[in-house]
Design a protein around this ligand. Structure first.
Ligand code: BG6
Ligand code: MG
Length: 214
């Protein structure tokens, strides 16, 4: 029986996946590295440095570790500037309503995000108080698809992995949930999430009772 739901943040609850795309695009243009939506798709769900490595696959030169750290910091600066424009209207369809419906049913909720910016995002879209707990990029050392993030979420909301369902928009996140022994619902385009047993377009397309039928 599902007693807790773990939500990825970027691209599941908030439109920040698009802002990540814009931040990487600016960096890629400055560095003359080819970059498009297909590359960005592979950056979904994984950590900042891992995302940079995906971008640099198309680069014609190699970068030192110090250069890579500086580039990641630069992209984060561009991204954080874009986060300043974020308002509660940037919550994805059905997200706020789903969190309220789950709380009403006594279901525990947790954010399970790779992002080190999760607290500021939750604050800007006014969702901080809508979830019971948050695990973000500052709490984990291994990027999804490693299950570390979701296993820590389960511990924080004091449930077993089998009692948790993960909601994810990234293939790396779906894999992390399966590796954690959790049920998973994919968000977005089903063709992009071949390993997710169920996929819906957004959280508006499913109600809380359906969601909990893992
Ligand atoms: C994930 C995003 O939620 O967070 C990734 O899907 C991103 O695209 C990762 O790389 C890390 O985010 P941040 O905000 O710490 O750079
Ligand atoms: Mg995501």
């Amino acid at each position: 029986m599902i007693r807790g739901v773990i939500f990825d943040l970027d691209g599941v609850l908030v439109t920040t996946d698009e802002l990540h795309f814009q931040g990487w695009k600016r960096l890629a243009e400055e560095e003359c590295i080819p970059f498009d939506r297909a590359v960005n798709q592979r950056q979904r769900g994984i950590g900042r440095m891992e995302s940079l490595d995906v971008l640099l696959e198309k680069s014609t030169r190699t970068y030192s570790q110090a250069e890579k750290l500086a580039m990641a910091e630069r992209k984060n600066k561009y991204y954080c500037d874009l986060l300043q424009t974020l308002t509660p209207a940037d919550t994805l369809p059905g997200a706020r309503e789903m969190l309220a419906a789950l709380r009403k049913r006594g279901i525990r909720t947790c954010i399970g995000s790779a992002s080190k910016n999760a607290p500021v995002i939750l604050q800007r879209v006014a969702l901080t108080d809508s979830v019971d707990n948050v695990v973000d990029g500052r709490d984990v050392t291994r990027s999804k698809p490693d299950p570390e993030c979701f296993l820590l979420c389960a511990r924080r909301i004091q449930l077993t992995p089998a009692e948790c369902l993960v909601v994810e928009d990234a293939e790396a996140g779906v894999e992390a949930a399966l590796a954690a022994g959790m049920a998973v619902l994919g968000i977005g385009d089903a063709a992009r999430l071949p390993r997710a047993p169920r996929v819906v377009r957004d959280l508006k397309a499913i109600d809380a009772d359906e969601l909990l039928k893992a």
